[in-house]
Design a protein around this ligand. Structure first.
Ligand code: SF4
Length: 528
């Protein structure tokens, strides 16, 4: 059974749980009428009505105990490894987070005492809240199963996940010490979508001995691939060498110490994480390589249709081919950057490996720019790309610290907008511009995404997300071009002001436009 299709087996006589009956019937009638006008079949019409049905809304209240809720007033403490995470798309909160969770549980189980493991007979994963309500469309169950059988999110073979989608009845051995268990998708349970959970994305993982629970832990996928668990204590960290919580403070450190943005970030990374510069560079290289791989994989993928009900055709390869044939050189630049971004984003939609920069939905933007500055264009040396990645991280950290990175909290300005701002900073830093140009470029790109809503059609990270990554990458370049060609001190709007504006816009944005698929394109587009 294709689990992604189960969202679309509607009983049109039944009003979905949690939906307003009158609104549901009116929406069904108007969509059906639109479908008739556009020539949909009865089945396609039914799918469209189901897709438009309001989903059971999970409790979006968050426990004040969660570390993610305890907003720090202190300096930025985020590290590169926390920020850039590799894992399977299409969603940092619905696939990367859950897979990191089940892989963490698998690792804990391997360390349990031998006598406890001797009694084990199975493992169960329960998905609650939003993970239960929208997980099927994202393939959350496949990511969760891959983690709990011991596959690491950053290195899982995408073909394993593809194969699981095509043949969902397979079973897999899992070895816990000397104990061998067999698990399948039946062990991943879509549990209550509504309830009083500590976080909208709550999961429990259990090691079972018959009907008895031998070991259990409650986890939360708190956004951007970050995870926590019951009783979570954030890791102990060192004090940043150059503490900052705003761009203004970061720039003051840069001015006073004659440092670039990348150098400030590197010094803090070493101080906070306790790693050496060589270790930080090795991690940056791992992320850069993963970004290059995702673009290469997307460009080489045969043209086809992406998974899900939208039946969206891929276009990265074709846009790239046409761009390379283009006799207008400047147009060619726009074409290849767009193609690289489409390639990364289509890989995300396929559920293949992507990098949160800052999220899965925006995962085409930064890889496109890394590729364009590196092997797919300018061929800048690796050190410059590393510096760019560090400067981009500073923008992401500041947006996380002072606003949000989650479409569910701030709309698409928080995902593609932040990715584009990070991208502009990356280009400016990799091109050796000073901190004011880096800050201005990021400001310009973020400013022109303010107010952008999140309305993914049918809840799939495809429309508008895939093309939006191409626009985010191109706008990053536009932001850089403007910032690098004006007198830096003359810029009227500063980065901190725009980040504050994004936080305010996020707060005042109608909740229909925060990843609920209940507004905008999600209710306007007829799917056939
Ligand atoms: S529309 Fe929503 S899901 Fe898509 S990229 Fe933007 S924020 Fe992410």
């Amino acid at each position: 059974m294709d689990h992604s299709r189960t969202l679309f087996e509607p009983d049109l006589t039944e009003v979905p749980a949690g939906a307003n009956r009158r609104a549901f019937l009116m929406r069904s009638a108007s969509i059906a009428a639109a479908a008739v006008l556009t020539g949909c079949t009865a089945e396609e019409k039914a799918m469209q009505v189901a897709a438009a049905a309001p989903r059971p809304q999970a409790n979006t209240k968050m426990s004040p105990e969660l570390d993610v809720v305890k907003k720090s007033n202190g300096p930025v403490m985020t590290t590169l490894e926390e920020f850039y995470k590799v894992g399977p798309g299409p969603s940092s909160s619905h696939t990367i987070g859950p897979m990191r969770i089940t892989y963490d549980f698998y690792q804990r189980c391997t360390k349990l005492p031998r006598d406890q493991l001797a009694k084990a007979s199975s493992m169960k994963v329960h998905l609650y809240g939003s993970l239960s309500a929208t997980g099927k469309g994202h393939g959350t169950e496949r990511a969760a199963l891959a983690g709990v059988i011991g596959k690491e999110p950053a290195t899982v073979d995408p073909l394993f996940l593809d194969n699981l989608r095509e043949k969902p009845d397979q079973s897999f051995p899992v070895k816990l010490g000397e104990k061998n268990l067999t698990l399948s998708l039946k062990d991943i349970i879509y549990d209550a979508p509504k309830g009083d959970f500590p976080h909208a994305n709550t999961m429990t993982c259990k090691l079972m001995g018959g009907d008895a629970v031998l070991y259990e832990l409650e986890y939360y996928s708190v956004g951007g691939g970050f995870i926590e668990w019951k009783g979570y204590q954030p890791p102990k960290k060192g004090e940043p060498k150059y503490p900052y919580s705003t761009m203004k403070e970061l720039q003051e450190h840069a001015d006073k110490n004659k440092l670039s943005v990348a150098q400030v970030v590197m010094a803090n990374e070493v101080a906070v994480s306790g790693k050496s510069e060589a270790d930080v560079n090795a991690f940056a290289d791992k992320i850069l390589n993963a970004m290059v791989n995702t673009v290469n994989a997307g460009l080489k993928a045969p043209q086809g249709v992406l998974p899900g009900p939208i039946k969206l055709k891929t276009k990265a390869g074709e846009v790239y081919k046409r761009a390379m044939e283009d006799r207008y050189q400047r147009q060619q630049g726009l074409g290849v950057v767009s193609a690289y971004a489409l390639a990364g984003s289509e890989e995300n939609a396929r559920g293949h490996l992507v990098i949160t920069a800052p999220t899965g939905g925006s995962a085409g933007v930064i890889p496109a720019l890394v590729y364009a500055l590196g092997e797919g264009g300018r061929k800048l040396p690796r050190e410059k790309l590393r510096d760019g990645l560090l400067a981009a991280a500073a923008i992401g950290y500041l947006c996380k610290h002072n606003a949000t990175l989650a479409g569910a909290e701030g709309g698409c300005q928080a995902e593609i907008g932040v990715a584009s701002a990070m991208g502009a900073a990356l280009i400016a830093q990799a091109s050796d511009f000073g901190h004011q140009v880096v800050a201005n470029a990021a400001e310009s790109s973020l400013e022109h995404h303010l107010g952008m809503t999140c309305d993914p059609v049918a809840g799939f990270v495809q429309v508008p997300c895939i093309e939006r990554c191409a626009f985010g990458a191109v706008k990053a370049w536009t932001g850089f071009m403007i910032a690098s060609n004006e007198i830096p001190a003359n810029r009227r709007v500063d980065f901190d002001t725009t980040a504050t504006a994004m936080a305010l816009t996020a707060k005042e944005m109608n909740s229909k436009y925060k990843e609920t698929s209940e507004g905008g394109l999600a209710v306007s587009l007829v799917l056939c």
